[in-house]
Design a protein around this ligand. Structure first.
Ligand code: FAD
Length: 73
């Protein structure tokens, strides 16, 4: 998660909105709600982490090294 863009906070809020919506849609039956929640939100979470700027910088060969040196300084 890239903290400056509030991605973690945004993802958590989206999770809460989706969970609340599914709970209303399925009358709070968790056996239906939880698998549906995972089907939607795990994919979203992977997309955020795969496309996130911090992951790109951190795991890039040279940018990752530069990031670590800058952080140390
Ligand atoms: C060091 C650090 C810095 C960060 N900085 C930022 C930032 O600057 N900006 C930003 O947007 N995001 C930031 N993040 C990411 C952000 O904190 C998370 O993405 C966000 O808190 C996720 O919210 P969540 O509600 O999904 O999960 P969490 O906040 O992890 O909440 C899950 C809760 O469930 C509880 N729990 C777990 N298992 C059980 C169980 N079996 N029974 C009952 N309770 C359980 C846990 O104790 C926890 O309280 C940072 C994260 C870290 C670690």
């Amino acid at each position: 998660m890239f903290s400056l863009m509030g991605q973690g906070c945004s993802a958590a809020i989206q999770d809460a909105v989706v969970l609340e919506s599914l709970l209303r849609q399925h009358g709070e039956q968790l056996s239906l709600v939880l698998p549906e929640f995972s089907a939607q939100q795990v994919e979203e979470g992977h997309a955020v982490s795969d496309l996130g700027l911090i992951a790109f910088v951190f795991y890039h060969r040279w940018l990752g090294l530069l990031y670590k040196i800058t952080t140390l300084l």
